[in-house]
Structure formats: structure tokens, C-alpha cells
Design a protein around this ligand. Sequence first.
Ligand SMILES: *[C@@H]1O[C@H](CO)[C@@H](O)[C@H](O)[C@H]1NC(C)=O
Ligand SMILES: *[C@@H]1O[C@H](CO)[C@@H](O)[C@H](O)[C@H]1NC(C)=O
Ligand SMILES: *[C@@H]1O[C@H](CO)[C@@H](O)[C@H](O)[C@H]1NC(C)=O
Ligand SMILES: *[C@@H]1O[C@H](CO)[C@@H](O)[C@H](O)[C@H]1NC(C)=O
Ligand SMILES: *[C@@H]1O[C@H](CO)[C@@H](O)[C@H](O)[C@H]1NC(C)=O
Ligand SMILES: *[C@@H]1O[C@H](CO)[C@@H](O)[C@H](O)[C@H]1NC(C)=O
Ligand SMILES: *[C@@H]1O[C@H](CO)[C@@H](O)[C@H](O)[C@H]1NC(C)=O
Ligand SMILES: *[C@@H]1O[C@H](CO)[C@@H](O)[C@H](O)[C@H]1NC(C)=O
Ligand SMILES: *[C@@H]1O[C@H](CO)[C@@H](O)[C@H](O)[C@H]1NC(C)=O
Ligand SMILES: *[C@@H]1O[C@H](CO)[C@@H](O)[C@H](O)[C@H]1NC(C)=O
Ligand SMILES: *[C@@H]1O[C@H](CO)[C@@H](O)[C@H](O)[C@H]1NC(C)=O
Ligand SMILES: *[C@@H]1O[C@H](CO)[C@@H](O)[C@H](O)[C@H]1NC(C)=O
Length: 720
Amino acid sequence: MHSTRTSRDEVPMHFFSIALIVLQLILLQIFSASSAHSCTVQEKHYLLQFLDGLSQDGGLATSWRNGTDCCKWEGVTCNRGGVIIEVSLASRGLEGCISPYLAGLTSLLRVNLSHNSFSGGLPLELVYSSSIIVLDVSFSRLNGVLHELPSSVTSARPLQVLNISSNQLTAEFPSSTWNVMRNLVVLNASNNSFTGCIPPSLCLSPSLAILDLCYNQLSGSVPAALGNCSNLKVLKVGNNKLSGTLLAELFHATSLEHLSFPNDGLQGELDGENIVKLSNLVTLDLGGNKFSGKIPGTIGQLKRLEELYLGSNNMSGELPSTLSNCTNLIIIDLMINNISGDLGRVNFSTLHSLKHLDLMRNNFSGMVPESIYSCRNLIALRLSLNHVHGEISPRIGNLHLSYLSLARNPFTNIMKAFHVFKSFRNITTLILAQNFMNEAMPQDETIYSFQNLQYINMADSSLTGNLPVWLSKLRNLKILRLSNNRLSGPMPAWINCLNSLFYLDLSNNSFTGKIPITLMEISVLTSDKTSTYLDPGHLELPVFRGNLSRQYHVLTAFPKFLNLSTNNFTGVIPPEVGQLKVLSQVDFSCNRLYGDIPPSICNLTKLEVLDLSDNYLTGEIPATLGNLYFLSAFNISNNDLEGPVPTGGQLSTFPQSSFDGNPKLCGAMLIHHCSSVGTDPVCVISTKQHSNRIIFFIAYGLFFGVGVLYDRLVFYRYFG
Ligand SMILES: *[C@@H]1O[C@H](CO)[C@@H](O)[C@H](O)[C@H]1NC(C)=O
Ligand SMILES: *[C@@H]1O[C@H](CO)[C@@H](O)[C@H](O)[C@H]1NC(C)=O
Ligand SMILES: *[C@@H]1O[C@H](CO)[C@@H](O)[C@H](O)[C@H]1NC(C)=O
Ligand SMILES: *[C@@H]1O[C@H](CO)[C@@H](O)[C@H](O)[C@H]1NC(C)=O
Ligand SMILES: *[C@@H]1O[C@H](CO)[C@@H](O)[C@H](O)[C@H]1NC(C)=O
Ligand SMILES: *[C@@H]1O[C@H](CO)[C@@H](O)[C@H](O)[C@H]1NC(C)=O
Ligand SMILES: *[C@@H]1O[C@H](CO)[C@@H](O)[C@H](O)[C@H]1NC(C)=O
Ligand SMILES: *[C@@H]1O[C@H](CO)[C@@H](O)[C@H](O)[C@H]1NC(C)=O
Ligand SMILES: *[C@@H]1O[C@H](CO)[C@@H](O)[C@H](O)[C@H]1NC(C)=O
Ligand SMILES: *[C@@H]1O[C@H](CO)[C@@H](O)[C@H](O)[C@H]1NC(C)=O
Ligand SMILES: *[C@@H]1O[C@H](CO)[C@@H](O)[C@H](O)[C@H]1NC(C)=O
Ligand SMILES: *[C@@H]1O[C@H](CO)[C@@H](O)[C@H](O)[C@H]1NC(C)=O
């Protein structure tokens, strides 16, 4: 076709030659469609063998019939000469084996069998075929081993694109195979279970541009030979079990745009002299390793850098001020390191594209630099667990933040902060826990602008005052965390205005009065259809829980939770509590609740944790509670309940400590057994109130494992 380009630069001739090409293409189409040439008997044979290997052919057999021209079969493409060049059967619902006979088609160039449900392995014949240039068998449930090519195969193979990603291939990743793959451009073997090492021979293909081996079980170090891949643009080997350092040789691969080794177990320091050689770098992802030392100042010379992930390492020292030279940065993730110094060292005002800045859990000090407020595109800012202090600057209101976390810093002046936050119309996640210590909860009714707020955490701050009315306007609020403050007064009846709320933690405050019946009307908690209509609440940055070991990417992954524990709530537990069908955890412990345990609790069929301990509850335990089959932690200790513990259901699986401190209670697991006539003198069990709760925690731990026990003991702290 190039021969038809007769012209040089004259525009009319250009037009002419393009028209000629188009004409040729049309002719080619007509030709191939009405081709007199049909495929050979031999080719037909191979295709029918392939069909034969399938246990589920997705309806292929209706078009793949022996008597017809196989160039017209579904998914088969021939060239002008009636020779098969492509088999394209992606997403056909095919099951069974991939027959090696397919490789008998000696002119086949492209094979696409992705998104099917095969079993068995990938026939090697397809990999070392002397014609195939594109082989895509990704997402096809292949399992088994990918063997090395036979040693008889010695000449260079034409394969350019090999996509075997997202299968279940296991065992050693081939290494000598790549010696003959001299034309390879793309190799994607990610998301399998390959073991072994990264093969050093991959770069024998001078054109290798994309290498993705992430999400496997590869071990060993990153071979220096990868530095010989002079055309390598994308190198992704994250989420394996590598060790060692990034050798200087690797940085000879100067075409690299995307270098990514997250969660791999690598270590060492980032050498400034090396990193600067990768001047084309757009993404650098080394998060979740054991890298230490400083972030080199030369990073400022990586002008194209857009994404910098160094989170969850052991980096220290100060942030290099040259970072402000990386003016294309969109994401900076340095969380969970030991980087120190005044944040103001970096002039953020040049980072016009910055969207995410995550500095969580480092050693930063000083005030939030004003230059951050010039980053007009910033939507997620996380400074939690540092030593950043001062007041919230009014300028932060200029940002269109969706996620702000300042948790565990000594910020002051909550009143001023909320007057600034008022302008956050797009904020969905606001995490302020352990700040503004001992200040008063802002009550200003003009705070009503957080129309999109879905998560607010103001826990652990010893705040005083009542539940503010502005909360009632947060119609999209899903999670409200106010535990460990000194809030007082009654729970207001407007609580049911929060019709998206499924996680309410008011524990360890000084709330008084009755539990309002309106609480039992919160629509998201009463609806059967919660999971279908509730939007998942995607988070710009994941929210961490407990000891930073768990993270949530969507809010709906949180448990459906109602915790009023350790307050001064009084009155009866409203029987309407049975309407909150969605709840999985209920904790009303350590209050002054009296009356019966409402039998309607048996309607909370998803309940996993129920704690009513340390109240003044009386009457018998409703027998229907035994039907709560998901219940794995249960505590009604230290009340004044009486009669037998219901037998035969879930309740008889709990230890004595769940029932302790109810002298009038009897049951097989208690010291006080139920007598047949029931006129025994009341046997008073001597228990210490506080050790009881610890026993409950231990019992809970036995059910959920030590990890959860730990979380429980740290009062369900969630950090963002
Ligand atoms: C297809 O037809 C040819 C002759 O028409 C015959 O030799 C061959 O066995 C047939 N193949 C199958 C799989 O039926
Ligand atoms: C194979 O087909 C799937 C589905 O149509 C497509 O997404 C994929 O890009 C194709 N593979 C190649 C290498 O073109
Ligand atoms: C497999 O990888 C190739 C090369 O990157 C790509 O073109 C193709 O779309 C991928 N296949 C699927 C199903 O994503
Ligand atoms: C490799 O394939 C996976 C899907 O299996 C895809 O998510 C990933 O983006 C691909 N890698 C590259 C570099 O294209
Ligand atoms: C990994 O592969 C599985 C199928 O084996 C697939 O369901 C999943 O989406 C893949 N993950 C990625 C990130 O591509
Ligand atoms: C990398 O290339 C250099 C020369 O280009 C060669 O000497 C060296 O052996 C190669 N390294 C590996 C491990 O292939
Ligand atoms: C973290 O880095 C410091 C100094 O940079 C070093 O002393 C310490 O051993 C490192 N810790 C780990 C766990 O690698
Ligand atoms: C990089 O940043 C430093 C300090 O911030 C500055 O002095 C220098 O001029 C910048 N260099 C370039 C090339 O922009
Ligand atoms: C963090 O760095 C400081 C010095 O800036 C050092 O005193 C401290 O021990 C380091 N902490 C950890 C956990 O490495
Ligand atoms: C809210 O976000 C949208 C885009 O998501 C943006 O256009 C708008 O300016 C933002 N508004 C405010 C007040 O932040
Ligand atoms: C509950 O009220 C009593 C007396 O009114 C008080 O001593 C106690 O500290 C209060 N408890 C809480 C958790 O506020
Ligand atoms: C449980 O709910 C059903 C239907 O909402 C209701 O009829 C029944 O009375 C409730 N059970 C109890 C014990 O309240």
C-alpha cells in the first residue's frame, strides 16, 4: 500500500493517494467477502478438532459445519487467498480444552480466546507457533502449568503479544522460553499463581515495551538484565514476593514510563543518581515495601511524573523541596513512613494538577502550608497521624475537597474550622478524630452545606455540648462516629432525618434520656432493599480501621452498627428496635436501661453482636433470641434478668460470662441450674463488674480471632 503513495508534499496528490487506499480497502473487502477461495480441508479439520475439544461451544456448532466454507464460520477470518489468519472467540461462553490443533493453522496471525471458561492449560504449540503474533487467552480460567518450550525450538518466534493474564496458571514461570521470543512487545502474565523468578532473558526481545507480572507468587530479586530492555515503557511486578534492592542496572531502561513494584518486599534506598535517569517516568509505585532513607532531591527532575506512590515503607528524612518542580504530579502518596520536618518546606503552589495528597502517619510538623490551598484540583487531602498543628486556614475552603482527614493532629479552634468547612459542598468524607481536644461541638445552625457528606468522624476528642442540629441536615450521611467525647443531653428525635445512616457510634459520652423511637425509623436500617438502593460510597482514599491493618474502599463495606454503649441512656429499649432488620451489631451496654429485653430483637436476623450488659434489664430472656443464628458475640451480664436461659438455640452456645451478674437467671451453663419445680433459693453469683467485660472481650476474641479482639480493645478506632 505504501507503493501507492506517489506524492511528496502536494496536498491534492495526498488526497488522491488516500482515495486510492480507501478504494483498495473497499475492493479488498468485496474480494474477501465474495472470495472464490475457500479454506482448505486441512484447515477445516483443525478447526473441527478445536470444536471437538469444547464441552460447551456457545452455539458455534451451528455455523461451524463441515460442509461449508470455514472462512464464513463465526469468529474465523481469512485473508484474500482464503487462508485463515484470525480466530476470535472472546466471551463466547466456551468450556472445555483449547485444542493444540489450532496451531496447525499455519497462517494464523491472531488468536483471541479471552473471557471464556476453559479448563486445562494453554497448548504450547500456540505459544511457539511459527505464525501467531497475537495470542490473547486472558480471563479464561486456564489452570495448570505453562511449560518451557521444547529445546528443539531454537529459532526466533513471531509472537508479539501474549496475554495470559487473569487465569489460574501455576508453578514455575517459564524462563528459557523467552530466549526465542525475540519479537515480543507485550507480555501480560499478571493475576495468576506463577512461582519462580522474573526471567532475565525477557529483554532478549529488543522491542519489549510492556511487561506485567503483578499478582503472582514470584520470588527472588529484580534481575539487572531488565535494564537492557531499551524500549520497555511499562514494568509492573507488584504484589509478588520479591526481595533485594533495585539494582543500578535497572535504571538503564530509560524508556520506562511506568515503574511499579508495590507490595513486594523490596528494600534499600532510592538512589538519586539512578532515579533521575528515568526521565520519562510518569508513574513510580514502590508502595508497601521496605524502602528506607530519604526521597532523593533529584526526583524534582522527573518532569513528567504524575503519580508517586511511596506509601507504607520506612522512608525518613525531610521532603525534598524540589518536589515542587514535578509540576505534573496528580497523586502523592507517602503515607505510613517516618518522613519528618516542616511541611512548609515544599511549595505546593506549582502542583496545579495535584488531586490526591496523602501524608498519613508520618512525622510532619509545622502548620499546613498555605501553598497547598493553591492546588485547585486537590480533592483528597490526608494529614492524619502527624504533628501538624494550628488553626484551619480559611483558604482551605477554596478547594473542592471530597475527602479531608486531619485525624490525630493537635489542631485547635473547631468553631473556626467548621465555619471554613461550611463551603465544602462536595465533601463526602470528613475525618477529624482526636483533634480540637476538649472544645465545644459547634452548634451553629448555619452549618448545613455538607449536602454530600457520607462519613464524619469526630471521635476521641473529648468534645462537649449536645448533638448539633446541623447534623440533621446530612441526608446522605452513612456513618457518624462521635465516640469517646463528652457530649451530653438527649438523643434528639430528628435522628430519623438521617435516612442513609447505617453506622452510628455514640459510645462513651454522657448522653441522657430515653432512646428515641424515631431512631428505629431510620429508613436505610429498616429496609430489606438496603443493599440494592444504597450507593456504595466510594472513597477517594481508603479508610483504615484499628491498627491500620484493615482498610475500606467503600463505605457500605462497614458493618451495620448501632453503638450507644457507656452513656446515661435510660428508659426501656423500644420494642420498635425489631424494625432495624439490617443491623449486624448492637451495643446498648453500660447505660441505665430498664424493662424487658424486647422479643422483637429476634427480627434482627443479621445480628452478629448483641451487647446489653450493665443495665437494669428485668424479666425473662425471650426464647426467640435463640433463633439469631449469626449471633457470635452475646452479652447480657450484669442486669437483673430472671428465669431460664432459652435452650436448644444459639443462646446455649455462649459461655457463662455472657450471663453473669443476673442472680435470678438459671441454665445449664450457669452455676445456678434451673430446678424442675423452680423454688430454689436464689443463688447469688459473686462477680466483679469490670472483669466481666474483659471476659466478654475474650469470648468475643475466641469467636473472631485475636485480630478482632485487638480492634475491639482499641474501641473500634477508625482512622482515615
Ligand atoms: C469433513 O468432510 C470431509 C470430506 O468432505 C471428511 O473427509 C471429514 O472426515 C469430515 N470431517 C469431520 C470431522 O466430519
Ligand atoms: C480480545 O477480545 C476482547 C473482547 O472483545 C478484547 O477486549 C481484547 O482487546 C481482544 N484482545 C486483543 C489482543 O485484541
Ligand atoms: C490482553 O493484552 C493485550 C495487550 O496489552 C490487550 O490488547 C488486550 O486487550 C488484552 N485482553 C483483554 C481481554 O483485556
Ligand atoms: C494486564 O492484564 C490485566 C487484566 O488481566 C489488566 O488489568 C492490566 O491492566 C494489564 N496490564 C497492562 C500493563 O496492560
Ligand atoms: C484476576 O483474575 C480473576 C479470575 O481469575 C478475575 O475475576 C479478577 O477480576 C482478576 N483481577 C484483576 C485485577 O484483573
Ligand atoms: C545487557 O546488555 C549488555 C550489553 O548490551 C550485555 O553485556 C549484558 O550481558 C546484558 N545483560 C544481560 C544480563 O543480559
Ligand atoms: C527504618 O529505617 C531506619 C533508618 O533509616 C533504620 O534504622 C531501621 O532499621 C529501618 N527499619 C526497618 C524495619 O527496616
Ligand atoms: C527545582 O526546584 C528548586 C528548588 O525548589 C529550584 O531552585 C530550581 O530552580 C528548580 N529547578 C528546575 C529545573 O525547575
Ligand atoms: C522516625 O524518625 C525520627 C527522627 O526524625 C526518629 O527519632 C524515630 O526513631 C523514627 N521512628 C521510627 C519508627 O523509625
Ligand atoms: C463539586 O464537584 C464538581 C465536579 O465533581 C465541580 O464541578 C464543582 O465545582 C464542585 N463544587 C464545589 C463547590 O466544590
Ligand atoms: C451518668 O450519670 C451519673 C450520675 O448522674 C454520673 O455519675 C455518671 O458519670 C454518668 N455517666 C456517664 C457515662 O456520663
Ligand atoms: C417480627 O416482624 C414481623 C413482621 O414485621 C412481625 O409480624 C412480628 O410481630 C415481629 N416479631 C416480634 C417478636 O416482634
